[in-house]
Design a protein around this ligand. Structure first.
Ligand SMILES: Cc1cc2nc3c(=O)[nH]c(=O)nc-3n(C[C@H](O)[C@H](O)[C@H](O)COP(=O)(O)OP(=O)(O)OC[C@H]3O[C@@H](n4cnc5c(N)ncnc54)[C@H](O)[C@@H]3O)c2cc1C
Length: 363
C-alpha cells in the first residue's frame, strides 16, 4: 500500500512563497494528527493545548468503522479514509515503535430472519467489509456466550478496529515537549508573534474542537454532541471482537472493557451525569443479561464531540482571515477522518491545492 503521508507535490501545484510556520491551537486528536502530518512534510509547527480544559479525545474509544450500522452503507468518503488512516497510523507505529492499532472485527447479533437477509444483500455489495457467521465454530462459541438471546446469525464488519488514542496523544505530545514546540497553555495570540522571525509565512489553525463553538460561536453550524461511556471488568467476555448491540463493547485487554456511547445534544456536560450513568447501566444490563452481575469496577467518562449538522468535518480557510484555517467538526469519527483531512489541509495550505467542497468551513 502506498504510504499516504508521502504528500507528492504534483507538477501543477504551486510552491509556497516563503518558509511556512504553522501554529495549531488545540492538541486533541485533530490538532495532533494535523501537526504530525505537517511535520512529515518538513513544516515547522508550534502547537498549543490547555490540558485542564478537557477534550473529546481524552475519552474517545478510538474505534473506526467505515460502515453505518443502521443503514449498512459506507460513511462519508469511508473507502478513501480507511486506507489513509491505516497507512497513517502504521507509519506512526513505526515512528514511535509502539503498537497503536487493534484490528478487530465488529460482531452484531442478528435476531430476525429479515435482518439476516438484509445483511446478506449488503454483503454482496460490500464484500471487503461485511461478512456473516452462522454455523462455524466462532459463531457457535458466541452463541453460547449470548444464550440469553435468540441469535440467528452474526453480522460482521471486517474493516474495523480501534486506536489507542491515549497512548498516541501521549507519544506525540512527549515528542513535541522534547522538541520545545508544545505549549501547554491557553492560546495567546501575542506570545505567538514572538516565535516567528522575518521571512516566514505565518499560518494559524484552529483545532479547538467543541471550544471553537463554545467560546466564539465561530462555527455556528456545529452541533456538538455530549457522549458518555463506561469502563469495567468482566471475566469471560470475548477479548477478540468489538461487540455491537444497544452499545458497543470494546475489549481493552485483560478483563477490561469499555462500553458506550450515549449521544446527547441538549446537555453538553463535560463530566458524567446521573442520566448518562443510568442510561449506560440500563443498556449494558439489557445487553449482558446473566453476565451483568459479574460486571465490576465501573468507571464513567464523558466528553463533548465537535459534531456538525451533516456529519462532515469543517476543514479549510477561515473566511474571516487570510492566514487562518479551521480543522474541526470530526464528531464521532476523529480517528477515521482526521488523517485523510489533515493530508488535504496540508496540501491546501502549502501547495494551494483545492479542498473537498463538502467539508467547506462556511457551508
Ligand atoms: C464518549 C465519546 C466516545 C467517542 N468515541 C470515539 C470513537 O470510538 N472513535 C472516534 O473516532 N471518535 C470518537 N469520539 C469522538 C472523538 O473524541 C473526536 O472525533 C475527536 O476527539 C475530536 O478531536 P478534536 O481534536 O477535534 O477535539 P478535542 O479532543 O476536544 O480537542 C480540542 C483541544 O483543544 C484544546 N483547546 C481548546 N481551546 C483552547 C485554547 N484556547 N488554547 C489552547 N488549547 C485549547 C482543548 O484543551 C483540547 O485538548 C468519541 C467522543 C466521545 C465524547
Amino acid at each position: 500500500m502506498q504510504a499516504s503521508r508521502q504528500l507528492s507535490s504534483s507538477q501543477d501545484s504551486k510552491e509556497p512563497d516563503s518558509k511556512p510556520l504553522v501554529v495549531i491551537v488545540g492538541a486533541g486528536l485533530a490538532g495532533t494528527i494535523l501537526g504530525r502530518t505537517l511535520e512529515s512534510q518538513g513544516i515547522s509547527i508550534q502547537i498549543w493545548d490547555q490540558p485542564n480544559l478537557g477534550s473529546a479525545s481524552q475519552v474517545a474509544a478510538g474505534i473506526w468503522c467505515p460502515i453505518n450500522f443502521h443503514r449498512l452503507i459506507p460513511g462519508w468518503r469511508a473507502e478513501e479514509a480507511v486506507h489513509k488512516m491505516l497507512d497513517f497510523f502504521a507509519e506512526e507505529e513505526r515512528n514511535f515503535e509502539i503498537p497503536l492499532m487493534h484490528l478487530v472485527p465488529y460482531w452484531k447479533p442478528l435476531q430476525e430472519e429479515e435482518q439476516v437477509a438484509h445483511w446478506r444483500r449488503k454483503m454482496e455489495e460490500y464484500p471487503d467489509w461485511l461478512d456473516i457467521s452462522e454455523g462455524d465454530q466462532e459463531a457457535q462459541a458466541m452463541k453460547r456466550i449470548c444464550q440469553h438471546w435468540d441469535v440467528k446469525a452474526w453480522g460482521i464488519v471486517k474493516a474495523s478496529g480501534w486506536l489507542n488514542v491515549e497512548q498516541y496523544l501521549q507519544a506525540c505530545h512527549a515528542a513535541w515537549a522534547l522538541k520545545g514546540c508544545f505549549v501547554q497553555e491557553l492560546y495567546q495570540e501575542s506570545t505567538v508573534s514572538d516565535v516567528f522571525g522575518e521571512g516566514h509565512s505565518k499560518m494559524i489553525v484552529d483545532a479547538r474542537g467543541f471550544y471553537a463553538w463554545k467560546e466564539q460561536q465561530s462555527l455556528s453550524a456545529m452541533r456538538p454532541a455530549q457522549g458518555e461511556l463506561v469502563e469495567f471488568e468482566l471475566e469471560g467476555w470475548p477479548q477478540n471482537i468489538l461487540f455491537k448491540k444497544e452499545l458497543f463493547i470494546q475489549p481493552l485487554g485483560g478483563q477490561r472493557f469499555r462500553a458506550g456511547a450515549t449521544f446527547e445534544w441538549d446537555r453538553l456536560s463535560p463530566v458524567p451525569t446521573e442520566e448518562g450513568k443510568a442510561r449506560l447501566n440500563a443498556d449494558l444490563h439489557k445487553m449482558l443479561g446473566p453476565w451483568w452481575p459479574k460486571v465490576k469496577n465501573l468507571t464513567y467518562k464523558a466528553g463533548i464531540r465537535p459534531s456538525s449538522h451533516d456529519r462532515r468535518p469543517y476543514v479549510g480557510a477561515d473566511p474571516k482571515s487570510s492566514n487562518r484555517f479551521v480543522f474541526n467538526g470530526f464528531g464521532a469519527k476523529g480517528v477515521l477522518l482526521a488523517p485523510m483531512m489533515a493530508e488535504e489541509l496540508t496540501k491546501f495550505m502549502i501547495h494551494h491545492q483545492p479542498l473537498h467542497p463538502e467539508a467547506a468551513v462556511g457551508r
